[in-house]
Design a protein around this ligand. Structure first.
Ligand SMILES: [Zn+2]
Ligand SMILES: [Zn+2]
Length: 437
């Protein structure tokens, strides 16, 4: 009798341990879905949506975030990169794992009529960064409640100016990711159903650059072309030749893009202009392909223009638009993501996505942190089609906020307990502590 009682007790302990192990992550989702928690996240997202701020101008956004961190008792350092904030939860000691959200809005006039429409003319959170902030604060709340379980330190990174401003790069230059072993970023998307998440190992978003070229000839009467050097013809041939960089020089299995999106020249029907300006963008999924494109774009423009006796200058505009490297997901972190996300949303709702040609400044973390990982949180609404990002009619399915908060929190929590100091950068941080702590 006594023996069977002990056996029963042992069985109960084993079952409860197993239950805790397999359902610990789903408990984070349950917490984020609690009405009070959900209302709090939605409230943050709506307040930010009403007051969108462009890159490096996120002052009110930054203040709101800091007030929320204060109320949770989370220590932070600010400002980085003008408006950025870095918060810390856990032991204050290695290992350090980063969670990132971007904060900036876009120069778009909101077209959606609803109770929390943007109050700022010409500015809108049309890329969902308001929801990213709400989800990272949600993750912070979950992690702070479980701070005694953290076997290291979670670094919360709220960065400015993702939309072309290179906010991540500037945060890195100011030392934010020093000693961080791994960092996770996410983006809300209406491309996959609500309740699902998606990512892939390896390249997930392209490297991106811009170029502008001025092709100069000699203007004159359009009916007497022999007295001119026509830059319109030269620019036209340049554009056709640029397409051959993809169709004839690039590996067909290595996706790349060269697009000329700007062509400005001439203002009258009977005048050949002195010069033409063309410009565009190029994309690639490896640094090698990207640098090859950069070199060849300049060569093709200058040399093809010379065939038509024109001169050409090429500017890659890096003073205003940094080259964005490709976003590459660490394969080991992909396995980690699949496990964590499966526990939260179910294995059937964890999808593998194709790489996309869009660029993300999260990619800058790749050069500064040993392991980076980026994923998408689905919010596709079955009852209505949602406009895509960067559209005046873009909307968020706020029901997806708990998914992002719980997965972000669980990625960090489980990273610290599973990888600890053993991955991927053992040795480098053994004696390190974060400057701010
Ligand atoms: Zn965007
Ligand atoms: Zn975005």
């Amino acid at each position: 009798m006594d023996f069977s009682k002990h056996l029963l007790l042992l069985l109960c302990i084993v079952v409860s341990v197993l239950f805790d192990c397999t359902n610990g992550s789903s408990m984070l989702l349950e917490r984020a879905k609690e009405p009070e928690f959900m209302d709090w996240m939605v409230g943050i997202r709506r307040r930010l949506h009403e007051n969108p701020e462009l890159g490096y101008e996120e002052f009110a956004t930054s203040e709101l975030i800091r007030k929320e961190l204060d109320s949770m008792g989370i220590v932070y350092k600010h400002p980085y990169a003008v408006t950025g904030i870095v918060g810390f939860i856990g032991t204050g000691k290695p290992p350090f794992v980063g969670l990132r959200a971007d904060m900036d809005a876009l120069p778009i006039q909101e077209g959606v009529e609803w109770a929390h429409k943007s109050k700022v003319p010409g500015k809108m959170h049309a890329c969902g960064h308001d929801s990213h902030v709400a989800m990272l604060l949600g993750a912070a709340k979950i992690l702070q409640e479980r701070s005694s379980e953290l076997q290291g330190t979670v670094v919360l990174i709220f960065q400015p100016a993702e939309e072309g401003g290179g906010g991540a790069k500037r945060m890195i230059d100011e030392g934010v990711v020093q000693n961080i072993d791994a960092i996770f970023g996410f983006h809300i998307t209406s491309e996959i159903p609500f309740g699902t998440v998606a990512s892939r190992p390896g390249p997930i978003m392209a490297g991106s650059g811009f170029f502008e070229a001025v092709i100069t000839g000699k203007g004159g009467h359009a009916a007497i072309p022999q007295h001119t050097i026509d830059p319109i013809i030269a620019a036209s041939n340049v554009i056709v030749s640029l397409q051959h960089l993809i169709s004839r020089e690039a590996d067909p299995l290595d996706s790349q893009v060269v697009t000329v999106a700007k062509f400005q020249g001439g203002s009258a029907y009977n005048v050949i202009p002195d010069s033409v300006t063309i410009g565009g963008t190029f994309r690639a999924f490896s640094k090698e392909s990207f640098m090859q494109l950069t070199r060849r774009i300049e060569e093709v423009i200058v040399r093809q223009a010379s065939v038509q006796r024109c001169n050409a200058t090429v500017d890659f505009l890096t003073d205003k638009h940094l080259f964005f490297p490709p976003t590459i997901n660490n394969p080991s972190l992909h396995a980690h993501f699949q496990k964590v996300a499966s526990d939260i949303v179910g294995p059937a709702n964890v999808r593998e996505c194709q790489p996309v040609m869009g660029a993300e400044d999260f990619a800058f973390f790749s050069d500064a942190v040993p392991a980076t990982y980026y994923y998408f949180v689905g919010m596709q609404d079955e009852s209505k089609s949602l406009a895509s990002v960067h559209n005046p009619f873009f909307t968020i399915n706020e029901g997806a906020l708990p998914n992002g908060a719980a997965i972000h929190a669980s990625l960090a929590l489980n990273y610290l307990s599973e990888f600890g100091n053993n991955f991927p950068n053992k040795g480098k941080v053994d004696d390190a502590s974060h400057d701010e702590l």
